[in-house]
Every structure is written in C-alpha cells, then in structure tokens.
Design a protein around this ligand. Sequence first.
Ligand code: NAD
Ligand code: UD1
Length: 337
Amino acid sequence: MILVTGGLGYIGSHACVSLSNAGQEVAILDNLSNSKASVLQRLRGICPNSVRFEKGDIRDKATLSRLFGTYQISAVMHFAGLKAVGESTKSPISYYDNNIGGTLCLLEAMTTAGVKTLVFSSSATVYGDSCNVPIPEESLRSATNPYGRSKLFIEDILADLHSSDDQWRIARLRYFNPVGAHESARIGEDPVGIPANLMPYIAQVAVGHRERLNVFGGDYPTRDGTGVRDYVHVMDLAEGHVAALRALQRQGGMLTVNLGTGSGTSVLEIIDAFSRVSHRDIPYQIVERRPGDVAQCYAAVAHAERVLEWKAKRNLADMCADHWRWQVENPNGYPQS
Ligand code: NAD
Ligand code: UD1
C-alpha cells in the first residue's frame, strides 16, 4: 500500500488514480485544509483498487504512527503542504511549519516504521528567476519567497537524509505548471476564492464566473510579449509519479527530475487554445507585470525520459479540453460534503 499525503488535493488525487490504475492500494492522509471530503467518494468511483482515508495532519506524530502501524506501507508520496506564493510572503511561519515541519514529522515516522521510499512534490519554483530555458535539473537553485524556500530546504533535507543512509530511495520531482483534470471530469482543480493561477482563472472566465482575464505583462522578451510556461497535464504528472516509484524500486538512490513537457506556451496561446476547445470568447486585458514573474520557464526533459522512462503524452488541446469538461460539469467545484 502507498501512503499519499495530501491525497485529496489537486495533484495528489490524480496521483491516487494513476497508482490505483497501476494496481496499487492507497491510503490517503489529508487534513482537508485545502480540499473537501467529497473528493474521496469521487476518487473511489474512478479508482479500481481500494482507497483508504484518514483525516489528519502530517505534523501529528500519533496519527502517523497509527497509520504506519495499521497499514503495510511500502512507500510514501508526499503532496501535503501549502502552495500559495503570495500567502507565503504574508505567513512565512505557517509555510515553514506546515511544509518543513510537516515533512520532518513524516520523515521521522517513516524512519521509525522502516519505510524508506519517498516521492516528494518539489517545484520549478526552486529555479528562482533562472531564465536559461530549457531549464536542466543541475541549474542553480534559489528562492524568491517563503514557499519556494520551503521547497529548497526540503530538497536539501532529503539530500542529507539520503547521504546519511543510502537505504533511502528518494525522488524529488520538480513540477512545472500542472493543468487539466482527469478525463472523467470527476476530479479536478478546485481553487478556493479567486484563482491565482492562469488556467483555472481562464476556465472561470469561460464559464462566466469572472468578467475578464488580466494578462500580467505584454512586454516580455517572448514571441508575443506575454509570459511563457511549461503547462503539463495533471494526468501526465500523475503517471510521472508512478514512473518515479518504479525507477526507485528498480535502481534505488536519489532522483531529482523535472516533470514538464519541454515546450513553452504563452498566455495568449493558452487563451486561444482554451477558447477553441470551449467555443467561448475569453475577454482579456493586458495589465502590469506581476511582481516576481519571469519571462519564460520551461523544462529540460531528457533526464526524465532517461531515468523515469516517462514522457508527457497529452497536448495543449487535451489539457484545455479536460480542464473545460471539469469546469462545465462542476461549475462550483466539489460539493461541500
Ligand atoms: P493542494 O492544495 O490541492 O493539495 C495539497 C493537499 O494537502 C490538500 O488536500 C490539503 O488539504 C493537504 N494538506 C496541506 N497541509 C497538510 C497537512 N499539514 N497535513 C495533511 N494534509 C495537508 O495542492 P496541489 O496543487 O495538489 O499540490 C500538491 C503539492 O505539489 C504541494 O506540495 C505543492 O507545493 C506541490 N506543487 C504544486 C504545484 C501546482 O501548481 N499545483 C506546482 C509545483 C509543486
Ligand atoms: C506559479 C507560482 C509558482 C509555482 C507555479 C506552478 C506565483 C508567483 N508563482 O507560477 O511558484 O511553482 O505557479 O504552480 O504564483 N497569468 C496571467 N494572469 C493571471 C494568472 C497568471 O497573465 O490571472 C500569467 C502569469 O504572469 C504567467 C502565466 O500566466 O506568465 C502562468 O501563471 P501561473 O499559472 O500563476 O504560474 P507561474 O507564474 O508559472
């Protein structure tokens, strides 16, 4: 059985589906701080294998110890954490407590239980304001905000842990920009309040919940002046986790891998693609740049292809179509309970 922390969240829930499709049973630990309990019923409806759930916090040692005592856990996928960049600058302590403190508790519990295989959700944010695209894994890392710094610290903690005991098998997966939803439209991204990220914002404009998109900056040195990112379908990302687990089981060691498509798409290109798929007009206006944004950020993917034997398969039209189907079928996100 695989323990999935944060498994009711956006990426963790999709990873549960991929794990289940690969024949694994999963046990989810989630404190519901950024997800709803109703995700569980949806998940059980699309997962072919058993999905257990425990409501609890990764910082709660008793809960962790009970979980490791109850289930035969062979590996952990660790998604639980806080992820809003803006919020992290206002509440750094809660970000360090949740992300770093929580990871330390989890690592302690894993050590005690003798479970030493971990797949960790890192982020392209560890590349800071690097603009040498495509970005290879060995690029210099830096942080521009507490959220990013928490990911940097955790990456370093995991490296120290692996150096101290090479029985640990650890994958540090650096996600680029996850978008889309499971093709069933039963699970997807359900942001609280005004979406901070581009794709959910566009989807809400397309469905009529918001009037227009603010495009942050039209004067970047890119092909159309708007920011370029590496959008990757969340199911490709989820399958990348299963591939990472297999690679760890195959060869052990510590893997640090970008999960992206390797190609960049501008904001205007996303608007166009989404508009074609949804047959909706997406009104937008170009406004000031968002502080902290880089012009372009996309992954070098050769390492992922080599060590994980994984490559993103779904294209931009698939990402928009699946995100749109989720938005249309769940205009208000998940039900409360
Ligand atoms: P999410 O907020 O949708 O999911 C995180 C889940 O963890 C939520 O269900 C939340 O309730 C739970 N959680 C938070 N703190 C917890 C705690 N202390 N104990 C137990 N459960 C807790 O986020 P997501 O988009 O699915 O991201 C998952 C991971 O991937 C995060 O670590 C995030 O930093 C990382 N990541 C996300 C993105 C992205 O764009 N979504 C990009 C790069 C990295
Ligand atoms: C954001 C996070 C980053 C995280 C990444 C992946 C910030 C500052 N950075 O980056 O830490 O790793 O998500 O989840 O939040 N855009 C608009 N209008 C909008 C929203 C976005 O024009 O309303 C533009 C942005 O300027 C950017 C692109 O769309 O060019 C993508 O933005 P977003 O989805 O927020 O992702 P990132 O900026 O890559």
